[in-house]
Design a protein around this ligand. Structure first.
Ligand code: PLP
Length: 428
């Protein structure tokens, strides 16, 4: 495949955009080479500026669960755009998507829309602090909750890929209120709670971690967190920016049968437009301005185009009772196929998978937390990544990322991908 035009475009971008990209994970720093510039995308495929077609396993890092340029979403955006782009006044559409989201997700009464997953998590933590009148939070190493200051402490994927888990610019004052725990280690959380009695407002967690590869919670871990939170007056925040409307209609809460106190959304909920949201029972949400004292706002929050895209997406997911089962089956098929060919080619690997999230780690030992996620062989990953691109398959340019399976993928696409992996892994 040729990447002449992508290289030229990247050189031009680098002159005016730091690193040539508007989000670091898009750069090829961890794998070498220059980013591929996209011209368009439809269904399961990306079409780049050099005319190459790639099967897409990133899907805009999650939102495109039904494939790119999904027709009902495209149509609803076009129709709404004709009626005006933004008003800064309430619209009926906001209530419609809120009603649908609240009906799909367990254990929430009210939802507030924002513009990104970062904003959702940042606002959820402020709300938890206001509600509990406590300052500290617990987050887990390798979990990413957006780029707000309090979260940039061992923050997984992008931050790890670039070797800056603790970003300069985050003050010591902010960092001191974020306590770090090990994912899947309940004892560690207990110790932190003991050492900070009545000071912890919230525990924030990706219920299925997706920013150090895909890491499922071990049995009893989330149940234990729930109990600890309830016993100690701590709010449990599920960051479902990745898992929400992806693992089940009601996200990880439904799949794993655990109730969180506050739930954060992003990605799928916006159908590909910039949307985030956070939700909780009324007692907590009523703490938000204008009803309550915790301030949170946004000029473009609830933007009509974004709400139209999100509503069309949620309606599609709500009306298709087989969708999450179908996605799971496709992901299992892919996982089994990858396992078969990597084994046949004597590659050391571990595959983690939950619903339509899957990750391949080049290490034979179980990958259960941030530390074990770091044991993968990055040199093999680089060959894997570039080999797959050459075969027409695009995965995230970092070993710390989950692949997102979309319903637009056919079994032929999956077979094509498995064959490509077979071919590439013979060259390791
Ligand atoms: N939370 C999780 C679990 C995420 O994966 C991400 C982004 O990847 C975020 C929060 C931040 O969302 P955004 O990039 O929309 O700000």
């Amino acid at each position: 495949m040729l990447y002449q035009r992508s290289s030229q475009l990247f050189a031009e971008a680098e002159k005016v955009i730091p690193g040539g990209v508007n989000s670091p994970v898009r750069a090829f720093k961890a794998v070498g080479g220059t980013p591929i510039f996209v011209k368009s995308a439809k269904g399961a495929y990306l079409y780049d500026e050099d005319g190459n077609r790639l099967i897409d396993y990133i899907n805009s890092w999650g939102p495109m669960i039904l494939g790119h340029a999904y027709e009902p979403v495209v149509q609803s955006i076009i129709e709404k755009a004709k009626l005006g782009m933004s008003f800064g006044m309430p619209t009926e559409l906001e209530t419609q998507i809120a009603v649908l989201a609240v009906s799909m997700v367990p254990n929430i009464d009210k939802i507030r829309f924002v513009n990104s997953g970062t904003e959702a998590c940042m606002s959820a933590v402020r709300l938890a602090r206001g509600f509990t009148k406590r300052d500290k939070i617990i987050k887990f190493s390798g979990c990413y909750h957006g780029h707000s200051d309090s979260f940039l402490i061992q923050a997984g994927s992008g931050a790890v890929t670039f070797g800056t888990p603790n970003s300069p610019g985050v003050t010591a004052g902010t960092a001191k209120d974020t306590l770090l725990a090990k994912y899947n280690d309940l004892g560690n959380v207990k110790e932190l709670i003991e050492a900070n009695k009545n000071e912890i407002a919230a525990i924030i967690i990706e219920p299925v971690a997706g920013n150090m590869g895909c890491i499922p919670p071990v049995k009893g871990f989330l149940e234990g967190l729930r109990e600890l939170c309830t016993a100690n007056g701590i709010l449990l925040i599920f960051d479902e920016v990745m898992t929400g409307f992806r693992l089940a209609r009601g996200g990880a809460q439904e799949l794993l049968n655990i109730n969180a106190d506050i739930v954060c959304f992003g990605k799928v909920i916006g159908g590909g437009l910039p949307v985030g949201a956070f939700a909780a029972r009324a007692e907590i949400m009523n703490y938000l301005a204008p009803l309550g004292p915790v301030y949170q706002a946004g000029t473009l929050s609830g933007n009509p185009l974004a709400m139209a895209a999100g509503l069309a997406m949620l309606q599609a997911l709500d009306s298709d009772r087989e969708i999450f089962k179908r996605l799971e089956e496709k992901t299992a098929y892919l996982g089994d196929g990858i396992e078969r060919v990597l084994k046949a080619n004597n590659v050391a690997f571990t595959i983690n998978r939950v619903g339509s999230m899957i990750s391949v780690h080049f290490d034979a030992n179980p990958v259960t937390d941030f530390k074990t996620a770091g044991n993968g062989d990055n040199e093999t990953f680089k060959k894997f990544f570039h080999g797959l691109v050459a075969e027409g398959v695009y995965i995230a340019p970092s070993a710390y990322e989950t692949w997102f399976i979309t319903d637009a993928l056919t079994y032929e696409d999956l077979d094509f991908t498995i064959n490509a992996i077979d071919k590439v892994s013979k060259t390791f």
